[in-house]
Write a protein that binds this ligand. Structure first.
Ligand SMILES: Cc1ncc(COP(=O)(O)O)c(C=O)c1O
Length: 368
């Protein structure tokens, strides 16, 4: 009989922490604490402490975090920002939507920006670099920061997929002017709807984003400090995320256990490239467990046909979508990985038996 292994199981996750989530819900609802109240403040303090920055500001989405970070940095028309060719489209859209130009750079085998290719993309108009820590693994931030310092560039970290990951003891989101977070439900810290945040050490950026998320208003004085946006994180969402943040360290450990189980079960298949890297300076939190299979769609369709829900993000690189009008400067690694990527189920709700079923299905595909 074919089993069905879901990519994520939000219902099971809720069952794991039901008492705490329900208590958070009742606290918010009985007090009527809906907008910009203590629960949001508490979550912001706990998030900043977790990442290791002075400030965190809760927003509606990861996109808002990227967008407001670029605005806080004063990036706009005439400016260029370097961004990886392989990322979620929101990274580039935020740059376009402040009027600047995204300049795409190919990635390396770890799915992150290839730092050897950044300098060739820098022009007199370059103002910033947006490294994206994809799948739960940091870009090489030592190199990114070195280049940024050399060319006087602003760094906005798209850390949406890497909460808890670190390099040399410094966490994702604590390196650049801002770290940008998404709490979309599938994320390692996922809410029950959209959510996002920035983290920063810069008091001016903190203040700017705080005002701009609330239509430019200073909540103390009522003064408008610019034309802003409506993108404040809901108090209820903040209360839920605060509960989940407490579990995150343990959940990261569980993700690492699952990744190790996959590695042990699949390492002898020469065709499969597994996401285990050998840089002792960086660790992986396995937001996603993305393998590369040269068999591409034959591989992913076989898994689906055998009840294993997988994602193939992204078969079509974002710069190939005509309406986005982005420049394809030639990205051989992105092109190759786009044909091969396949994310296996990775979540804290999955059982070892289910992981073993995924492993057995992959092995069967390869005749093992
Ligand atoms: C790398 C990356 N950047 C940006 C985003 C945008 O986040 P959101 O969907 O919360 O706007 C996401 C999440 O989907 C992401 O994975």
């Amino acid at each position: 009989m074919v089993r069905r292994i879901k990519f994520i199981n939000p219902d099971r996750n809720y069952a794991m922490i039901k008492d705490e989530i329900d208590a958070a819900y009742f606290e918010v609802m009985t007090r009527g604490d809906l907008i910009d109240r203590g629960q949001l403040k508490r979550f912001e303090e706990n998030l900043a402490a977790f990442v290791g920055t002075k400030y965190a500001v809760g927003l509606n989405s990861g996109y808002d975090a990227l967008h407001l970070s670029l605005r806080a940095a004063g990036i706009g028309p005439g400016d260029e920002v370097i961004v990886p060719a392989h990322t979620f489209v929101a990274s580039a859209s935020a740059i376009v939507n402040v009027g600047a130009k995204p300049v795409l750079v190919d990635v390396g085998r770890d799915f992150n920006i290839n730092c050897d290719k950044i300098e060739a993309a820098i022009t007199s108009r370059t103002r910033g670099i947006m490294p994206v820590h994809l799948n739960g693994y940091l870009a090489d931030m030592m190199l990114v920061m070195e280049i940024a310092t050399k060319y006087n560039l602003i760094v906005v970290e798209d850390a949406c997929q890497s909460l808890g990951a670190q390099m040399l003891g410094k966490k994702a989101g604590a390196w650049g002017l801002t770290g940008c977070w998404s709490f979309y439900p599938f994320k390692i810290l996922g809410g029950y709807g959209d959510g996002g945040a920035i983290t920063t050490d810069d008091a001016e950026v903190d203040l700017f984003v705080r005002r701009m998320r609330y239509n430019g208003e200073d909540r103390q004085t009522g003064e408008y400090h610019g034309h802003g946006f409506t993108c404040l994180m809901d108090n209820l969402q903040a209360a839920f995320l605060d509960v989940k943040l407490r579990h995150l360290p343990g959940w990261i450990e569980r993700r690492r256990e699952i990744a190790e189980r996959y590695r042990t079960g699949l390492a002898d298949i020469p065709d499969l490239l597994l996401p285990h890297y050998h840089d002792p300076r960086r660790d992986h939190v396995y937001q996603n467990y993305v393998v590369r299979a040269p068999q591409g769609n034959d591989f992913s369709e076989y898994l689906k046909a055998n009840g294993v829900e997988v994602l193939t993000q992204f078969r079509k690189p974002y710069y190939r979508h005509e309406a986005l009008k982005l420049e394809d400067r030639g990205f051989p690694e992105t092109e190759a990985l786009s044909r091969e990527v396949c994310s296996l189920p990775m979540n804290v709700e999955i059982t070892d038996q289910e992981v073993d079923y995924v492993i057995a299905t992959v092995r069967r595909f390869y005749g093992k």
